[in-house]
Design a protein. Structure first.
Lengths: 363, 284
């Protein structure tokens, strides 16, 4: 087990800042996801942790030890690549044993030991019956298992996984997610997991680092990110149903939202102390909007249903209010008709407000 | 209808490419009198013989010509020289070109323009450089030597190796070498153990292509060697002249022998070749 600390880590390719001034603490034995859209710098960050790429500035520490100058093969990391990077000219067993073979002279691992560990790992990932098969003929699912096994066999202190499940069919993906979580729980290794799929990150990780354009946007538990997004990027990126964004104005201890009002209570201080009077945007999760009768006095605003998306356990109801598209989640038993008016009630605790000029939350 | 058309097309194709082969193999087994009889066309040998092959391979003790000894027909030395020069040149081109191609494909060595600069070396006909090379090689004392010939064959086919192998290496995901490095390999180890085996089909195809180019060279060896010291294609053209006229039978016999090495090489690496020539077209 090792902790990972990134200190002002940057990687620039010419004028492109792939990763910019990244500070991150990944504790011992934690399962941390690097989450962000493609091109946000998460894979580059992984490559710097593994040593495949050298940072332009900054430093990577494993525990307290600086890693610059330590070559990749000696960092004791296991890496699972997005495209698996299986050696197709070898059998499954040769693939699994490759790392031990190439370190045999240095580490004095006997042939019998390699055989034993190959069998053991094959058992763990479910490849025992395929050991002698050529890797070129494996299914995508089995390739994934080989990739995982090849990383595990080295007993790394740190496990790095770069979008490992993005090419799998959804049933096997769900299975592998659960498997991976089980393995992580059993061996207790530090795992860093790169993904662009926020559902995957939310479901698996203890901690999530959200990145965009090379910069860290927010780092915290899945609940933190969902309940307390630090900026509009996180508010938009996290959540399986797209968040609601509404233009609002601050007035007398409350927010004017369309024709309605949301009282801020104790939070008003943060708004009154703002130096500039730039525009504000409020967000409220579709799952947290309370739907009431349009005539109900508690309704903050009224909106018209434009589309209903049935997703099984819940419906996503699309609405329009004064040119702004909104979404609410409703149980299928309460499915409204298209064109119907609904009253939407915003609980002040569920409303987050962001400053349009900075994108940051007003707190 | 479509099938008939296709078969017709293939038949025409086969005749166009097959006829020269037919001509040269039948000529090789014709006795001297049937080689070029005035006024008639002999489509097949009337009295087949293997004498031409025996002469070429130096197995005959006596000559049927008053102007040449049996030794003059033996192509053993030129054949040996051809093997050494073409084989050595091919190995040299591969040894240098494969590393260059990997450097360019993986590390963008030399910048974006380097591959084109290398290809430019082949954008003019060899005849344009062979005369200056002649003087350079005399100065370097490499003219009319086997190492000189190997060097120049390696140099002229090197651009092809770089271009072909570069595209094969580009088809290998970067992660293949990175995975090997994570597992404790050096860059060299990753290259030899993980990357190179992935492109062995391409390597076989490239090697064969380059070998054929070197094997069939005529112009360079014409300028770069003299006397009896020569390679088989040049020797073939010397099988003529004097009062004996064109030695069609001997030329044809040597030509048949010259077809064999590339053909055998091609067949023996066929299983890699098919993959090499279609590389990139298949899902990996």
């Amino acid at each position: 087990m090792s902790s990972i600390t990134l200190k002002s880590l940057s990687k620039h390719f010419g004028t492109l800042r792939a990763v910019d001034n990244l500070d991150l603490d990944v504790p011992h034995g934690s399962f941390t996801a690097l989450l962000g859209p493609s091109g946000c710098g998460k894979t580059t960050t992984m490559n710097m942790i593994s040593g495949l790429e050298q940072p332009t500035t900054g430093e990577v520490y494993f525990d307290e030890r600086a890693m610059s100058g330590v070559e990749t093969g000696r960092r004791n990391v296991g890496f699972v690549f997005q495209n698996y990077a299986i050696f197709t000219h070898m059998t499954v067993a040769e693939n699994l044993g490759f790392g031990l073979q190439s370190q045999r002279r240095r580490e004095r691992v006997s042939k019998e030991e390699i055989d034993r560990r190959v069998k053991e790992v094959a058992e763990t990932v479910g490849l025992s019956s395929a050991l002698d098969r050529g890797a070129a003929r494996l299914s995508v699912n089995d390739l994934q298992k080989v990739a995982l096994g090849r990383a595990m066999i080295m007993r790394p202190t740190i496990f790095l996984l770069d979008e490992p499940f993005s090419n799998l069919d959804s049933a096997f993906r769900a299975y592998m997610r659960a498997e991976l979580k089980r393995i992580q729980h059993d061996v207790g290794q530090t795992m860093v997991y790169v993904t662009h799929d926020q559902v995957e990150a939310m479901g698996m990780a203890d901690r999530i680092a959200v990145m965009d354009r090379g910069e860290l946007q927010q780092y915290g538990s899945p609940d933190d990110l969902y309940e307390r997004p630090a900026n509009t990027f996180v508010a938009r990126f996290i959540g399986s149903v797209l968040n609601n964004f509404l233009p609002v104005r601050y007035a007398d201890g409350g927010l004017a939202v369309g024709e309605g009002r949301v009282e801020l209570g104790d939070r008003r201080a943060a708004f009154e102390s703002r130096a500039t009077a730039s525009d504000l945007t409020a967000t409220i999760r579709p799952e947290r909007v309370r739907v009431v009768d349009p005539g109900d006095a508690s309704a903050t605003i009224r909106a018209v249903v434009t589309l209903v998306e049935p997703l099984g356990p819940k419906d996503v109801v699309h609405l329009e209010h004064d040119g702004t598209a909104l979404r609410v989640a409703l149980p299928p038993s309460e499915r409204p008709a298209i064109g119907a008016a609904l009253g939407l009630c915003f609980d002040p605790d569920q409303v987050h407000v962001f400053d349009d000029s900075t994108g940051l939350a007003v707190r | 209808m479509k099938k008939t058309l296709r078969i017709t097309a293939i038949a025409i194709y086969a005749v166009v490419f097959g006829f020269p082969l037919y001509w040269v193999t039948t000529m090789a087994i014709k006795p001297k009198a049937e080689e070029n009889p005035p006024g008639i066309t002999l489509w097949k040998p009337q009295d087949p013989t293997i004498k031409n092959f025996k002469d070429i391979l130096g197995l005959s003790k006596t000559s049927d010509s008053a102007f040449a000894t049996a030794k003059d027909y033996s192509a053993l030395t030129p054949l040996k020289n051809s093997f050494l020069a073409a084989g050595g040149g091919t190995l040299l081109a591969l040894a240098v070109g494969v590393f260059a191609a990997y450097g360019i494909a993986r590390f963008r060595a030399g910048g974006a323009q380097l591959p084109f600069q290398i290809l430019q070396l082949r954008m003019f006909p060899p005849a344009a450089v062979v005369i200056p090379l002649y003087f350079m090689f005399i100065y370097l004392k490499l003219w009319n030597t086997l190492p000189g010939l190997i060097l120049i064959y390696g140099a002229v086919t090197f651009p092809f190796v770089v271009w072909l192998m570069r595209s094969f290496f580009q088809d290998v995901p970067r992660e293949i070498s990175e995975a090997a490095i994570v597992d404790g390999c050096t860059q060299w180890g990753a290259f030899f153990k993980a990357v190179l085996p992935q492109v062995k089909g391409g390597l076989a195809a490239t090697g064969l292509f380059v070998f054929i180019l070197n094997w069939s060279d005529y112009l360079i060896v014409l300028v770069m060697t003299q006397d009896k010291w020569t390679t088989a294609p040049l020797f073939l053209s010397t099988l003529s002249g004097g009062a004996g006229g064109q030695e069609y039978g001997h030329q044809a016999a040597l030509a048949v022998l010259l077809i064999l090495p590339p053909a055998i090489l091609g067949l023996s690496i066929q299983k890699y070749l098919v993959r090499g020539l279609t590389f990139g077209a298949i899902k990996r």
